[in-house]
Design a protein around this ligand. Structure first.
Ligand code: ARG
Length: 409
């Protein structure tokens, strides 16, 4: 009798490598491994070899870099996608894409199950499970590391016994990489008192004091040219990861609230993401009205939360994207930035759609702003606050039964 099949989202790391064997031994399944390239820059031939050596039935490689950029990174730039104001969502954005591709392969290969190597403590399990079930609720999900409550040392032990090759130079970090950034956690980073050692960084350099300028042009909220040269966004991200990284830009070190309630110390390197989001935010400030900006800030925040928390396919995101896309029609223009020694600053901006008008803003003579109108405006603007304070002052004067009305003056 032929065995049932499982499609395993496979990175080639320790967790997913031991998963192949667990799926065979414990679940008696044939394993199809799926590696999705989101720009992690690995030796994918080696990954395939590893999978087949461990005993998978078949290995499938999918280059999803372009889709990752167009369908995940572009919306994220437009939404100024950051979680808790800091994390540019690199890992969070890639997970639903990896899940989607793995579901596609599961269908093609007639698999009854999908498996992933996530633990029960992180966010990635939520992103995988919710996306897979949203796409096809009939697929069973197996997460051997979570299901068996496995720890790293148990996995390493198992790998040795089973003759599974593991990377011997593994440090204790858990690292996830794609074109939008590197996420680094675990090991000595768990000591929140201690500065992250240099060995956890790869994109950001800390030894440069040179100053660099950049000019980024946006069309409809999408970066289209760098220093006057039109290019694909994927090339721009690549260049910026190097350029901004070389100027020490792109490190995030923060305490993050995971979906499952754990506070964890997370380190990220995302030079391109941080530069592009900063530039995009600045351009929006020049072309959107204050009403649009105030509301978009709330929308962006909610968008970042959905992307972070595994709800990429929630219909709310589609609705938020519709609003965001409407606002981006005027987000055209150029942003000039200065990078020096880890510092990133916008130093110039230009847009045909700018709401900044020099003739209104200037303090010099010739301003078109009519100051006489301001007096009446201010009076009406403060009307309710001034009236309320008059009432509070009167109450404080005699009416003890309303004594909680205290006036600071
Ligand atoms: N905390 C980040 C997130 O939830 C990064 C997770 C990194 N994953 C990893 N396997 N190292 O998106």
């Amino acid at each position: 009798m032929t065995k049932k099949k499982v499609a395993l989202a496979y990175s080639g790391g320790l967790d997913t490598s031991v998963c192949i064997r667990y799926l065979q031994k414990i679940h008696d399944l044939d394993v199809v491994t799926v590696t999705v390239d989101c720009g992690q820059n690995e030796d994918f031939v080696e990954t395939e070899k590893k999978s087949l050596d461990i005993g998978s039935l078949k290995h499938v490689f999918i280059d999803a870099k372009d889709e990752f950029v167009s369908d995940y990174i572009v919306p994220s730039i437009r939404a100024n996608g950051l979680y808790q104001e800091k994390y540019p969502l690199a890992t969070a954005l890639a997970r639903p894409l990896i899940a989607k591709k793995t579901v596609e392969i599961a269908h093609k290969e007639n698999c009854n199950f999908i498996a992933h190597g996530c633990t029960g403590k992180g966010n990635d399990q939520v992103r995988f499970d919710v996306t897979i079930k949203s796409l096809d609720p009939s697929l069973g999900i197996i997460a051997p590391i979570r299901d068996m409550n496995l720890t790293r040392d148990v996995e390493i032990d198992f790998a040795r016994k089973e003759n599974i090759q593991i990377d011997t130079k593994v440090n204790n970090y858990s690292i996830d990489v794609n074109i939008w950034g590197r996420s680094i956690e675990g090991g000595n980073l768990e000591d929140v008192l201690v500065e992250p050692p240099l060995d956890c960084f790869q994109l950001v350099k800390f030894d440069s004091s040179k100053t660099q300028y950049l000019e980024i042009e946006f069309e409809n909220g999408i970066p289209v040219s760098l220093d006057g040269v039109k290019m694909s966004l994927i090339s721009m991200i690549d260049i910026l990861n190097k350029k901004a990284g070389n100027c020490g830009i792109g490190v995030v070190d923060h305490i993050e609230d995971r979906i499952v309630g754990i506070k964890s110390r997370e380190i990220y390197e995302a030079p391109a993401a941080i530069t592009l989001i900063e530039a995009h935010k600045d351009l929006e400030k020049m072309v959107l009205t204050s009403q649009e900006l105030r509301f978009k800030h709330l929308v962006d925040n909610q968008w970042g939360w959905l992307a972070y928390s595994g709800l990429w396919l929630d219909p709310l995101r589609t609705a938020l994207d519709a609003f965001i896309n409407e606002t981006q029609k005027r987000v055209n223009g150029k942003i000039r930035m200065k990078m020096h020694n880890g510092g990133l600053r916008v130093v110039g901006r230009y847009s045909d759609n700018s709401l900044y008008k020099n003739e209104l803003a200037t303090y010099e003579s010739g301003s078109l702003f009519n100051q006489e109108l301001a007096r009446g405006f201010v009076e009406l603007w403060g009307l309710q606050s001034i009236t309320a304070n008059t009432i509070i002052n009167n109450l404080n004067k005699g009416k003890k039964y309303l004594g909680e009305y205290k006036n600071e003056n």
